[in-house]
Design a protein around this ligand. Structure first.
Ligand code: NAG
Ligand code: NAG
Length: 406
């Protein structure tokens, strides 16, 4: 509805009805009444329209404000959604970043395999260690002898050179005695027994060797003589004893540059036999001149294992092994009193620092060779040209070591 059109019509109608009222006639007054009724009707309609418009405006206004309210709410929701979306997106980004980081962090499959092999290796090492420990325990149970004292001394004979070696054949059941006089020779004398050697009633068997030996470190083990071949730094010769023929030869790595014991300067390789087998003792200049012990496979002459000991060669005159423990005997240059002052246990059950110094029976001289015999529990010594025997006392390794001194 347009107000602009309605208002001029009403004004026109009013003006016209006033002008005609002056000369009123029944027809005219009827017309006037008609117009007036029409006018009133129109006015009513106009008022209605106005009221409608007002209500419409009000409603429009209400609607608009409602809409505006909703719109602002919507905007708020929208911005909230946007914020949430943004935070969501940044969270997604973060998660992606974290995933990437984790992917980089997590090792590639081949790395995992390497780790597994490492792990396997470690497990195997641990198992091996266990087995070794078991073997060690078994070994200890089988061979648990430890030296506790060097007891009585017996002088058996005085024959041959001031330097030399003599010993009872360590082969179980054998009573044979071997005699190697001097620091260099190619002749070995074999006696039937200690008694036969002492009495000299029967002449010994003379075994001629294919080469000369050197020093005082020779041993007999299961029918073979092992000796340091003269004029070689580190060659060991294995000879069949019945007929003195050459059986085998080997070189001991790292040996031959230092005498095994500083008080016996002609012996570079000292061999020994104990309950566990065949050993070589030498001093290594690259190991501060300390003694190194090597276990030798008697059949193949392969090195089974080498142990670096903390025992000095300086001031030492000899050494022997009992059940895998090296006992090093020290003395003075002038022949004082021999004593065991250092030991090295390959099983690590007895320690030098826990063991008191173990003195040999009083006899103011020096040894050029010392041989332990596992069955006899005796030491066969060459003492300034005398052939002597020491009885030793042993005890189980497990027991607390308590040495006697005399
Ligand atoms: C070698 O040893 C034998 C037997 O002991 C001995 O008769 C001989 O004189 C020694 N030879 C040397 C050069 O010492
Ligand atoms: C020496 O003894 C070994 C084993 O007993 C034998 O095989 C070898 O033929 C012997 N050699 C000589 C020259 O008698």
């Amino acid at each position: 509805m347009s107000f602009g059109l309605v208002v001029p019509i009403i004004l026109l109608a009013l003006t016209w009805s006033e002008s005609v009222r002056g000369q009123s006639s029944p027809q005219e007054s009827f017309m006037v009444q008609y117009f007036e009724r029409r006018m009133t009707h129109l006015e009513e309609r106009l008022n209605q329209c106005e009221a409608n418009a007002a209500s419409m405006t009000q409603r429009f206004y209400d609607l608009t404000s409602e809409f505006r309210g909703q719109l602002s709410a919507l905007t708020a929701v929208k911005s909230e959604v946007r914020t949430q979306l943004e935070s969501m997106s940044s969270r997604v980004d973060r998660v992606e970043g974290e995933l990437e980081y984790l992917e980089n962090k997590i090792p590639a499959p081949q790395n995992i395999e390497i780790d597994e092999t490492l792990l396997e290796q470690q497990v195997m090492d641990a198992e091996l260690e266990q087995l070794k420990k078991k073997a060690k325990l078994k070994l200890n149970n089988d061979c648990s002898t430890a030296l506790s004292a060097v007891k009585s001394l017996k002088i058996v004979k005085k024959v041959g050179d001031t330097h030399g070696s003599w010993f009872h054949d360590p082969t179980p059941g054998s009573s044979k005695v071997y005699f190697l006089s001097g620091l260099r020779n190619n002749t070995v004398l074999e006696y039937a027994s200690v008694k036969s050697f002492t009495e000299g009633s029967t002449s010994p068997k003379v075994v001629k060797l294919p080469s000369h030996w050197q020093g005082t470190g020779h041993v007999v083990y299961k029918g073979f003589l092992y000796y340091h071949k003269a004029d070689t730094p580190n060659q060991i010769v294995k000879v069949r004893l019945p007929n003195g023929t050459h059986a085998d030869t080997m070189l001991l790595p790292g040996a031959g540059r230092l005498p095994a014991y500083s008080l016996n300067p002609n012996t570079y390789l000292d061999m020994a036999v104990d309950e566990l087998g065949l050993w070589i003792i030498h001093a290594d200049p690259e190991y501060a001149g300390n003694l190194v012990i090597t276990k030798l496979d008697p059949d193949s002459l392969a090195l089974e294992h080498t142990w670096d000991t903390l025992c000095r060669s300086r001031g030492a005159e000899g050494a022997f092994l009992i059940c895998g423990t090296l006992y090093v005997v020290y003395n003075t240059r002038y022949g004082g009193r021999s004593s065991v002052q250092c030991l090295y246990d390959i099983h690590d059950t007895i320690h030098s620092e826990e063991s008191p110094v173990l003195f040999f029976p009083k006899r103011y001289t020096s040894h050029t060779s010392l041989y332990y015999h596992p069955q006899d529990k005796q030491l066969y010594a060459w003492d300034d040209g005398y052939q002597t025997i020491y009885k030793v006392e042993t005890q189980r390794k497990e027991d607390q070591v308590s040495f006697g001194t005399e």
